[in-house]
Design a protein around this ligand. Structure first.
Ligand code: ZN
Length: 253
């Protein structure tokens, strides 16, 4: 029996048979792993809540022909509890999980970096809904900002970072006032495709802060820029995620 051990974060779970679940995990060394957790839905399961969505655990598996099986799970961080207790954090975490799932395994996405980025985003989501730390004054970004930042950074790992200063098409020196997801970010007056957005300078600066994970700058952004940047980050991600995944579909054929 071939066994292996790895750290992994639970992206989602599916019911299987009467008491079992299929757990989809993003692991540090084995990329995405789908594994059966036997008896996990029984009230007295030895896994307890350790294989619920967004739990981070040290896991032991044995390899199966089509699916592996989880034999042991030790919690490394219980992010699942606070995240599933908050609707905004839960929806943000599901968006993170969906993107992580889709980008893994995409050939040109560095798996270890995607793993680190994903665990970091889930940890930040758990923190975003925790009671404020009376000692620390570090700004805690809201769940939506964490998810938008993750989208932009995951896309950057896949080779689709948005252009935010110089024109995405011709490279003309910025700043520019038009933004087009399809063109790849900000565009100059000559390159601007019809229907481009015209975000404020504060919105473009906020997109940069989200891409960098610069939380003090994210926290200081005006609310209008926050709403506008969220819309642009999401339409940018939607457009380019399809392209990033498209390369996987071609690979599969
Ligand atoms: Zn241009």
């Amino acid at each position: 029996m071939v066994t292996f051990r790895d750290a992994g974060i639970v992206l989602r779970t599916h019911k299987l048979a009467e008491a079992d679940r299929i757990i989809t995990l993003l692991t540090r060394d084995h990329g995405k792993v789908r594994a059966v957790a036997k008896g996990v839905r029984r009230p007295k399961s030895r896994f307890g809540g350790r294989l619920e969505p967004f739990m981070y655990a040290d896991l032991q598996f044995y390899e199966g022909r089509s699916l592996d099986t989880v034999t042991q799970a030790v919690t490394l961080a219980a992010y699942g509890g606070p995240i599933t207790a908050s609707y905004p954090a839960f929806t943000a975490a599901n968006a993170v999980a969906e993107v992580a799932d889709k980008l893994s395994p995409v050939e040109h996405v560095p798996a270890r970096l995607l793993f680190r980025l994903t665990v970091g985003a889930v940890a930040a989501l758990a923190r975003s809904v925790a009671p404020p730390d009376p000692e620390g004054n570090a700004p805690t970004p809201g769940p939506g900002s964490v998810a938008d930042s993750y989208l932009l950074r995951a896309l950057a790992l896949a080779g689709y970072a948005p252009a935010l200063t110089d024109c995405a098409r011709c490279g003309a020196q910025g700043p520019h006032r038009a933004f087009s997801p399809a063109a790849g970010g900000v565009v100059c007056q000559r390159c601007r495709p019809p229907g481009s957005a015209a975000p404020t300078g504060a919105t473009v600066a906020l997109l940069g802060a989200l891409l960098e994970g610069d939380w003090p700058a994210v926290a200081a952004a005006p609310p209008q820029a926050a709403a506008e940047s969220a819309g642009l980050a999401r339409s940018f991600a939607e457009f380019h995620l399809e392209r990033a995944i498209g390369s996987l579909r071609l690979m599969d054929r």
